[in-house]
Ligand binder design. Sequence first.
Ligand SMILES: [Zn+2]
Length: 84
Amino acid sequence: MAKRWHKCISSIAAHGTPGNCPSCKSEDTDYVYVICSEHNSFLHMWCNACGRGEQVCGRGKPPEGWKTMTGDEYAAWKYEGGSR
Ligand SMILES: [Zn+2]
């Protein structure tokens, strides 16, 4: 099921947003590219409407212009209930 979020990656690249949620079709979606270290990064996409989301393994640096966080920032943000 989670594979459906993969089409959102190209949407981010093209439009700066994941686009419609694969589960509920809401446009209330967002993403962040988390850079934990030079060789450890992932892309987190989620839907604010239904709470579903997906993490996809990254490949080093994100494409230019993408929203990013460090691993520490991401942990703090999750702790504050930023997503899900
Ligand atoms: Zn949704």
